[in-house]
Design a protein around this ligand. Structure first.
Ligand code: TIU
Length: 222
């Protein structure tokens, strides 16, 4: 068995059982005029990780391993949007409002699309999710089960919101979870660092963390 150099200890790579999950690399979180900026965030922090997310995706594709993408989005009639989610806070644009990239976080709108540089290719699973976690109200669990996937490598945004929520959901469902440090980002540097620290604390209580080059090295030579 090949290991990926990771913290708090090596990750036991099982190639037949592993998939990459890329969380919410959407224009709405990375470009001006989208949902992330409407919440008052500096979205340029997100753009910076795009090349590293692309390298990780390419590593999985080259190794012939599955890549799964998620998108946070809602139906056009907002039937899957709890009022508590729409009404919370004081954003400049609420989910479903018409913004410069179409209706904010609505399936099929321009702003909801995954960024071109990390877009899915033919045959890759794309999960549309109404929550922060990718297992809630989606077929992700069934899809992973049908494919015999038991280990998940995570990338995407934001580290402490949708990525960490999904890792916690996955951990409780029995998946071994590994977060790629360079391929995830938060609007808040301290939240990214805190999320990484709390995921791997207490003997990998939620999962492992690893550097991109160490993951790619194990995929290439494992
Ligand atoms: N995808 C995701 O993390 N959704 C968010 O709303 N994140 C924030 O940090 N706001």
């Amino acid at each position: 068995m090949r290991e990926i150099k990771a913290q708090p200890f090596p990750f036991p790579l099982r190639r037949e059982r592993i998939a990459l999950v890329v969380i919410d690399m959407q224009r709405d979180f990375a470009e001006p005029g989208g949902f992330g900026e409407s919440l008052g965030n500096d979205v340029s922090r997100i753009t910076r990780i795009i090349p590293d997310v692309a390298r990780l995706i390419e590593g999985f594709r080259t190794a012939g391993l599955p890549v799964i993408h998620t998108m946070e989005c809602h139906r056009a009639d907002l039937s899957d949007l709890p009022p508590a989610k729409r009404d919370r806070g004081n954003p400049s644009l609420r989910i479903g409002d018409l913004g410069p990239m179409g209706r904010v976080l609505i399936a099929g709108e321009a702003g909801t699309a995954i960024l071109d540089a990390v877009a899915p290719i033919h045959g890759e699973v794309v999960i549309e999710k109404p929550g922060k976690g990718a297992f809630y109200a989606t077929p992700l669990g069934e899809i992973l089960k049908a494919r015999g996937i038991e280990q998940l490598v995570f990338a995407g945004v934001t580290t402490e919101v949708c990525v960490q929520t999904t890792m916690r959901e996955a951990n409780d469902r029995g998946y071994e979870c590994l977060l790629c440090e360079e391929a995830t980002e938060s609007y808040f540097e301290e939240f990214k660092m805190a999320a990484i620290a709390m995921i791997r604390a207490q003997g990998a209580i939620v999962g492992w963390t690893a550097h991109l080059d160490d993951i790619l090295e194990a995929l290439t030579h494992g």
